[in-house]
Each structure stands twice: as C-alpha cells, then as structure tokens.
Ligand binder design. Structure first.
Ligand SMILES: [Zn+2]
Length: 388
C-alpha cells in the first residue's frame, strides 16, 4: 500500500471521515488549493477550541495511543521562496511553496511549543537510546530546490535549528527541472490557454482517463494523474508536444524550480545540516521494478557519501510512496530511517522506515485572520484533521 493511500485510509468514516473529506476535498479549485474562507474559519475555530481547551492533546493521546510530552513529530517543507503568491503565479505547485517570512514565523511558533531534533537524534529516540524532555520536531525539506540554501538555510542557521534535506542526486548541481514542475507549469498554461489536453494526449497514444479528471480537473489534479499513468518516455514526449504548442522556452520555467548546487550542499553540511536521499531520479519507488528500486537507493546514497564524505543514513520516499519491498530495500541498502508523507506520531519502538510526517506550505497553518496561528500550527503538526 502506498503512503498516499495510507494517508487517506485509517478510520475513513464517521465524524473523522467527514472532517477529513471536508478539510481535504478531493477536488481543488482551478486557481489552486487555497481553502475557501468558510473552511478556513471553521478549521481555525476548531483548532483554537481544541488547542486552548487542552482537548487537542487528550484527543491525540486517545487516537494514537501515545502518552503526551514524549512524542516525535516531523514536518515537511519543499521550497522556501521570497513571496509565495508570485511563485504560484509563475507556475509552481502551491503545496511546495512557503514564503520566507511565514516560514520564519512558523519556526518561532513551532520552537515555542516543541524541541527541535536532528534526524539522527530522532532515530536515537525511536530506538530508545535517548529520552525527550517534551514533544519534539524534526524539520525536513524534500527535493533540493536552490531556495533551501538561499532562503531556508540562513534562517535555520541564525536560529540554530537543525534540519534534514532529502536530495535527488541526478538533479543536484544541474540545470534540470523535475518532471512534476515542468508538467505542472505546462498544464497550467495549457488550461489557461484552453488547449485540448485530451486530444494532445491521444496524439501521443496516451489513453484518456476514464473518470474525466483530465477533461475537467484542476491543473494540479491533471498533473498528478498524468504522473501516475504515464511512463517516463510518454511523459517526456507529451511535455515536448505541450512545450511546442505553447511556445514555451526553457528560460520560461519558474526560476524557483531550480536545483541547489553541490557547493551549497557542502557548506550546509559543514555547518551541521543533515542530508539524506530522495532517490537519484525522484521516481515513484512503488512504480518501478525491484532492480530499479535498489539502484535508486544505492546510487543516491553513494553519490551523497562520495560528495559529502560522510555516511548517509536517511531516506524520504518520493511522494511518500512505499511498499514492503521498498522498505526491505531501504533496510538492505543501509538506511537507518525513511519517511513518508502520512500522518503518524513517531514513538519509541515504532517503524523507522515508516516515519510519519506533516506537509507544510503557505496556507497549511494559517489562522482565521491569515496569520500564522499557534493553535493551527499545533493542530496541523499533531494531525487534528487527519483520520488516523
Ligand atoms: Zn519529492
């Protein structure tokens, strides 16, 4: 079962199921996933009530069967950019972006309520080697955008906050962009320009999605669907066709999608930041053959170790997707931990290869007045609106 599937499974019915479907609607508006104001108001009111009444912790203890004050949570970011609205307009996926100013405010909110741990300390805790003084957090960054060095690292360094950065070694230090970033940019432009996406897919021999997502979905939904159904070759051919039809030049893609360089990575590693693998090519490990899984995990680990001259122990599955085979492969390749994108409170003795993580982006923890709310930050981290 993939981590994405796991994240939407759990109880899945009753009130929790209702909350989940209400707060995480399947269909996102075409302009992006910014929640409607009424949804944010209700979410904010629930989070405030749960947080300030003390019910939040009672609920989490009951749901996750985990005593308070000794729990490990993980928070996942992608790109920290100057101003997220501008990047969204430029064509980056909103869920990957947080503005530098909000990121800094969130760090302060998190630091006021949790202790920050490095990923190595976190794994020591899970193995029962150290004890926590209070609920703790590991900050993670996936994909390795250049902004982790330009915007996230200076703030982390100034505040003395540790973090782990999961990199795709085929991309670090290159001018390549991820397929998901290229595709989202092109699909968004195609939808804006009313380009017949289904007809173009048929021209490339890619069958039309029977549930109609491609005909009527948002750019984000269409991008996700195509990444699932297309092979790498099909995707590349389709993107070439879109690029040609839309007259998009390489320099038109958002500069924020650019990758971090090796020198920046070395600097950050020297200053105490941790690096892990996010595979070599960012392939979905549940969709490639077993040999490719092993290669992705081995080669990315070896490339990072050769470059940074230190052992690489930690992995983040692309898109959080994993399976029993992938977990076995991660263990066999010598990783100490691997994280998903599903909610879970990480406890002593828990599975180090299924670490739970909450994904954060610009709108994920905004309160009713579009501020960074302490109650919303705590509620998001503790998974108040999740079904497991
Ligand atoms: Zn990723």
């Amino acid at each position: 079962m993939s981590a994405d599937m796991m994240s939407t499974s759990g109880t899945g019915n009753g009130m929790l199921g209702f909350f989940s479907s209400f707060f995480y609607p399947r269909r996102l508006p075409a302009s992006g996933p910014q929640p409607a104001i009424y949804r944010r108001l209700l979410k904010s009111a629930l989070a405030g009530g749960a947080y300030y009444s003390g019910l939040l912790d009672l609920y989490i203890q009951f749901r996750d069967r985990c005593p308070a004050q000794n729990r490990l949570f993980m928070v996942g970011y992608h790109a920290v950019v100057e101003e997220s609205g501008r990047e969204i307009e430029a064509g980056m996926m909103p869920q990957q972006l947080i503005s530098r100013s909000l990121f800094e405010r969130e760090l302060d909110q998190i630091g006021a309520q949790f202790d920050f741990l490095s990923i190595d300390q976190a794994v020591d805790f899970l193995e029962g080697k150290i004890h926590l003084k209070r609920d703790s957090i590991v900050l993670t960054f996936d994909d390795g955008y250049r902004s982790i060095y330009d915007h996230a690292y200076p703030i982390l360094k100034r505040k003395g906050v540790p973090a782990v950065f999961y990199l795709c070694t085929d991309y670090v230090g290159t001018s390549r962009l991820f397929d998901h970033d290229r595709l989202f940019y092109l699909i968004r432009k195609a939808v804006q320009g009313s380009l017949p996406i289904e007809t173009l897919l048929l021209q490339r021999g890619i069958p039309i999605d029977p549930n109609g997502l491609i005909a009527s979905g948002s750019p984000l939904e269409i991008t996700r669907r195509l990444l699932e159904i297309c092979s790498k070759t099909e995707l590349e051919a389709f993107m070439r066709l879109l690029q040609e039809k839309l007259d998009v030049q390489e320099t038109d893609f958002p500069s924020e999608a650019a990758m971090v360089g090796w020198e920046a990575v070395e600097t950050m590693a020297r200053e105490g930041m941790t690096f892990g693998s996010h595979t070599a090519s960012h392939c979905l490990l549940t969709q490639v053959d077993p040999k490719a899984v092993l290669e992705e995990l081995r080669l990315s680990k070896a490339a990072l170790e050769a470059r940074l001259q230190r052992k690489i122990d930690h992995l983040a599955y692309p898109d959080g997707r994993t399976s029993p085979y992938v977990i076995e492969a991660a263990r066999a390749c010598g990783y100490r931990s691997a994280c998903t994108t599903s909610h879970a409170v990480n406890k002593v003795g828990g599975d180090r290869y299924l670490l739970g993580r909450e994904q954060f982006w610009e709108n994920s923890a905004l309160g009713w007045a579009s501020n960074c709310s302490k109650a919303m930050v705590a509620s998001q981290i503790k998974g108040l609106f999740k079904t497991r």
